[in-house]
Write a protein of this length. Structure first.
Length: 285
C-alpha cells in the first residue's frame, strides 16, 4: 500500500509564463517564491511552494504527493512497477526544481502524471500574499478520470486514499483527516479538473466573487455551498483554462474508524445546496 502523507504541489505547463504570473499574483493571490528562466514558483502556505508554472505544453500537468521517506518511495516504485506502471526516477536537478529530496513520476490508470516525493521543503517565512484573497492554504485537487470507478480502486487499494463521500460516481477521497484531498471527475482525457485553495471565511469567498467579476475573470460555478464537505465555494478560470476553487470550511472526518462514505445523487443540489448549477464544471449536471 502506497501511503500518501500530504499533497505537495501542482505543476502546470504553460506557453505564457508572464500571463500565468499576472493571474497567480493579481487574481489568485499567491506569493511569488522564485522566478527562474523557465518556471515560476508560488506559495500559498507553509510549503516552500505549492504551485509551479513551467514553460511547456498546457497538457503537462503534474500532482505531487509526499511519502514518508526513501524506503517508502522505493517500495512505492516497486509496487507500481509490479502493476506495470512505468516509473521514472527524477534526477537531482529535477528534485531541486521541485524543492524535494527525491521523487518518482508515474501515470495513474487514466494517464494523469503523479509524482511521489520525499522531504518537500517548508519555509519558516510567513506566507505573504500578493492580493488579500484570504488564502490560508493549498487544500485539494480534482483530477480527470476516464473511468472513476476503476481509478477509485487505484487510489484506494494501491494507495491509501479513503472515500469520504460520493456524488454519483465522483469519489471525494481523503489521505488524512481533511474531508478530501482528491476528487475524481469523469472526463475524456487526463488533466487537472480543479485546484483548491482554502480561504479564511465566507466573506473572502464573496469578496473574491465581486473582485473576479469586476476583473472579468470567468466564474465557472458558485458562489455556493457543498453539502458534502460543508464548504462555501467559488470556482473560476485561470490561464490555459485551468479551473481554481476558493473555499472555506472544508470539514474534517471526526472518526476515521467509523466513518462511512455517504452516497449523494448526481444532481445539481448535491454539488451546491444553495442552488448554483455546476454545468460549467460538471458537464451534464
Ligand atoms: C468535484 C466537485 C465539483 C466537488 C464536490 C464537492 C466538494 C466539496 O465537498 O468540498 C468539492 O470541493 C468539489 O470540488
Ligand atoms: Fe473542490
Amino acid at each position: 500500500m502506497i501511503e500518501l502523507k500530504d499533497l505537495s504541489y501542482v505543476r502546470l505547463g504553460t506557453a505564457d509564463l508572464a500571463t500565468a504570473e499576472t493571474f497567480a499574483t493579481g487574481v489568485l493571490g499567491l506569493e511569488v517564491r522564485e522566478r527562474r528562466r523557465d518556471a515560476l514558483y508560488l506559495r500559498s502556505d507553509q510549503r516552500a511552494h505549492s504551485l509551479c508554472y513551467f514553460e511547456g505544453a498546457p497538457e503537462e500537468q503534474i500532482i505531487g504527493f509526499e511519502v514518508e521517506n526513501t524506503a517508502a518511495l522505493d517500495a512505492a516504485a516497486a509496487a507500481l512497477e509490479a502493476l506495470r506502471h512505468k516509473v521514472r526516477r527524477g534526477s537531482a536537478a529535477e528534485a531541486q526544481a521541485r524543492y524535494v529530496s527525491e521523487f518518482i513520476n508515474f501515470r495513474d490508470p487514466t494517464g494523469n502524471q503523479i509524482e511521489l516525493v520525499t522531504r518537500p521543503q517548508l519555509s519558516a517565512r510567513r506566507h505573504f500574499p500578493s492580493r488579500d484573497a484570504g488564502i490560508t492554504g493549498f487544500n485539494h485537487v480534482g483530477l480527470n478520470s476516464t473511468d472513476p470507478v476503476r481509478d477509485e480502486v487505484f487510489w484506494t487499494q494501491v494507495c491509501n486514499a479513503r472515500v469520504s463521500d460520493r456524488i454519483g460516481d465522483i469519489p471525494l477521497m481523503r489521505i488524512n483527516a481533511i474531508h478530501h484531498t482528491l476528487a475524481l471527475v469523469q472526463a475524456a482525457q487526463p488533466g487537472i479538473q480543479h485546484i483548491n485553495h482554502q480561504v479564511a471565511e465566507v466573506d473572502d469567498v464573496m469578496r473574491s466573487y465581486y473582485f473576479l467579476r469586476e476583473h472579468n475573470v470567468p466564474i465557472v460555478f458558485g458562489p455556493g455551498r457543498h453539502p458534502t464537505s460543508g464548504a462555501r465555494f467559488l470556482y473560476f478560470k485561470g490561464p490555459d483554462g485551468v479551473v481554481f476553487e476558493y473555499s472555506c470550511g472544508v470539514g474534517e472526518i471526526a472518526d476515521e474508524a467509523t466513518h462511512r462514505p455517504r452516497q449523494f445523487t448526481r444532481e445539481p443540489l448535491s454539488f451546491c445546496m444553495w442552488g448554483a448549477t455546476p454545468g460549467g464544471l460538471i458537464p451534464g449536471v
